[in-house]
Design a protein around this ligand. Structure first.
Ligand SMILES: [Mg+2]
Length: 234
């Protein structure tokens, strides 16, 4: 399996583990302003996705992402299936030519656009978009303007997502089930923004273990390479 394909499979597994670990917390958040199914739905969907990608024969990142998205679409109920899964399927072709800093930015932007369109949500609606938007913008700016290493760009994106999650607490929901609560949604952290942060944190963990310097990135060719971290038990 290619290094990038292996990293992608590891990433799905890491997300599945993280979401499973946060299952009760996500359910608790969704109990306050939703229908208390976010933890269970996401844990079931990502566990199925991890199983599905583990069975792929010599996968590339785009195939791993597409398979993950399709599995989430069929396993995650409610609005989350299309939002998390459908958007992954839609954005997966951005990685067809491999995983580079540039293709990662294109993928992130396409994913964000699709989530916004499907959810008809913008920043300030108290949804996953509040975490995703600053994260994607920060990632893009870090790569394209500030010319930082992809791993540092991802780290900055995670920090931006975290601030986005905090931003959802004091605002009133205007999209999704939480919007039915009106002002009573104020003071509660959005579960979708929170799971989006957890997904990104898991991606950062895996990326840190798999940092490589592809030939396509001459600007970063002299950057330090983190050697294969602890080999997993597979
Ligand atoms: Mg729900």
């Amino acid at each position: 399996m290619s290094e990038a394909g292996e990293a992608a499979v590891d990433a799905v597994e890491a997300v599945a583990e993280r979401i499973e670990a946060e299952r009760s917390h996500l359910t608790e958040l969704d109990s306050a302003i939703g229908d208390a199914d976010h933890g269970g739905n996401m844990a079931r969907g990502w566990a199925a996705a991890a199983e599905a990608v583990a069975e792929l024969d010599d996968p590339d990142p785009a195939t791993v992402v597409k398979t993950t998205g399709k599995t989430l679409l069929s396993e995650v109920g409610g609005a989350s299936g299309p939002l998390y899964g459908g958007s992954l399927v839609f954005a997966s072709p951005e990685l067809s030519d491999g995983l580079t800093a540039e293709s990662a930015v294109a993928f992130a932007e396409t994913y964000l656009e699709k989530v916004q369109d499907r959810g008809d949500a913008r920043v300030g609606d108290k949804t996953m978009v509040d975490a995703l938007t600053p994260a994607v913008h920060t990632f893009k700016k870090s790569i394209e303007t500030d010319d930082v290493e992809p791993i540092e760009a991802l780290s900055k994106a995670v920090a931006a997502a975290e601030r986005g999650v905090d931003f959802t607490v004091p605002i009133r929901a205007s999209k999704g089930r939480a919007s039915y609560l009106g002002w009573r949604s104020v003071g509660h952290q959005d579960p979708g923004a929170t799971s989006t942060l957890y997904i990104m944190e898991a991606l950062l963990d895996v990326a840190t273990e798999h940092v490589e310097v592809p030939d396509e990135l001459p600007d970063h060719a002299d950057s330090p390479t983190i050697p294969d971290a602890e080999a997993d038990d597979d």
